[in-house]
Design a protein around this ligand. Sequence first.
Ligand code: MRU
Length: 333
Amino acid sequence: MRTIDWIDDAVVLIDQTLLPSELVHLRLSTVDELVDAIKRLAVRGAPALGVAGAMGVALAAASSSDPAVVRDLVHRLATARPTAVNLARGVDRAAAHLPSFPAVLAEALRVRDEEIHSSTEMARRGADLVTSLCGSSARLLTHCNTGALATVVGGTALAVAFELHRRGTLASVTASETRPLLQGARLTTWELARAGIPHRLSVDSAGPFLMARGEIDAVILGADRICANGDVVNKVGSYAHALGARAAGIPFICVAPESTVDLSTPTGADVEIEDRGPAEVVGTTAPPATPAVNPAFDVTPASLVTAIVTDTRIWYPTPPRPAHHAADSPRTA
Ligand code: MRU
């Protein structure tokens, strides 16, 4: 199952806002429709956004022969969401082939195929690393959603869990729910259940305590942008898990394709963090006029990151710390 693809002159993607209750595919044949899908997170996750952006340029190229019109559509695609570097990158790659529609589409399909290939590479390399750090019965905690839904097939961090499960060296995954849009609760649990992986759901704030209680061997998650100094920008809540992992003495592993590594951004402080407005936080719980802050992402400083696994390498942004011995902690889950 591909999360996103190009079929019969349109972008076809799973509407992630409807999961887990309904599995519905959207067929988007205009840039307006695709930008709307990106903004409301019908398609989401850094690699999937890169593919969506590239395919969107193909929609733009097909829709007009007026360069000014196409330029405006391309700009709207590239800026639909600001934080994941993959979106603007995918758009730029495809737009470099304008005005030729066949050349733009060919590049968009290359972006798609590269992400499919990257997922396999990250899974293998990440599984080797987790086993070397945690032994042959790893209990992982993950945040947000990094499975096929966030890529095209497979995933990033979750692809590592799938690979460990295939090898018989995964004990369990704790999915942190990921307030406020619940990508962990709605999407990660859905993917883990479909894969037959033992898992449980926790509220975000339980993560560091579960680590302190010795129930987690490693935190493994994705990224929306990895900066030149190794700072990891990812779904809000990642930083708290990194602090918990450091306090508990367990590895904090980021898994992301090279397409998410942005050497032109020096540090996390240089990244625009999307704020999605108060409504998602206030919801129906707080008094309606309550002011709220809603950063969709946070920055985990490189100093808290044990390793960054990409499709081509393992990057240790800070000098390795003494190895954690899983046997030091009581195994209660
Ligand atoms: O707001 P989202 O759902 O697009 O955020 C997605 C994440 O933060 C993912 O963890 C990240 O893109 C890595 S996906 C493989």
